[in-house]
Design a protein around this ligand. Structure first.
Ligand SMILES: Cc1cc2nc3c(=O)[nH]c(=O)nc-3n(C[C@H](O)[C@H](O)[C@H](O)COP(=O)(O)O)c2cc1C
Length: 188
């Protein structure tokens, strides 16, 4: 399976990156083709809400000139996209949120007859880390991710939230095992 990881933390060696490394390693062991995109290094602007992409709803339909088309093309091309983010103020990091908002260009006629999506039927998964626990903390992000998928017409392959994070080196084998199990699940 062709897999794209959208690395949504600016910290290249942070908690989210550590979990993603374990997920990626397992996916590769299983024989999947994985590409990881470090979003912070890209020029990715926020959605302007102008709606021009609805007149030309292809990955390159946005009027803004930045690196988003190459990201969107990879998302459309992949069978599975793993979105990822540190939990920032109960939500997504700015880097991954920019991508999520710009996926507005991927579908038309949402929740109406003729609802079409360029990622219809693809798998999507979410990996997130936070300093706090899940309750009264991560629910909003997980909920928003699921709601987004209804517009994308995608399959929720799985979500993994690792809470109580301090440093990557403090992550123990139990967390690694969760990441490995998650990797196996999202491709099965
Ligand atoms: C701006 C900011 C906001 C944060 N907000 C939350 C939050 O709402 N809930 C939480 O559990 N952790 C929060 N944290 C902690 C990070 O989510 C946590 O340390 C995460 O594992 C960092 O991932 P990274 O190392 O990949 O950047 C926040 C950290 C920052 C810098």
């Amino acid at each position: 399976m062709k897999v794209v990881i959208l690395q949504g933390s600016a910290r290249k060696k942070g908690n989210t990156a550590r979990v993603l490394t374990w997920v990626e390693e397992e996916l590769q062991t299983l024989g999947h083709e994985v590409e990881s995109i470090y979003l912070h290094a890209k020029n990715l602007k926020g959605c302007m809400g102008c709606g021009k992409c609805k007149e030309n709803p292809v990955p390159t339909g946005c009027i803004q000139k930045d690196d988003m088309p190459e990201v969107m093309e990879k998302v459309v091309d992949a069978q599975l996209t793993i979105f990822s983010s540190p939990l920032y103020f109960w939500g997504f990091s700015a880097q991954i949120k920019a991508v999520i908002d710009r996926t507005y260009s991927l579908y038309t006629n949402a929740n109406q007859p003729g609802h079409a999506s360029l990622v219809d039927g693809r798998r999507q998964a979410l990996v997130a880390t936070g300093a706090g626990g899940f309750d009264e903390n991560a629910e909003g992000m997980i909920d928003a991710f699921g709601r987004m998928q209804k517009y994308h017409k995608t399959v929720n392959a799985g979500t993994l939230f690792i809470g109580s994070c301090t440093t990557p080196d403090a992550m123990d084998d139990a967390i690694r095992q969760k990441a490995v199990a998650f990797a196996r699940k999202i491709v099965s």
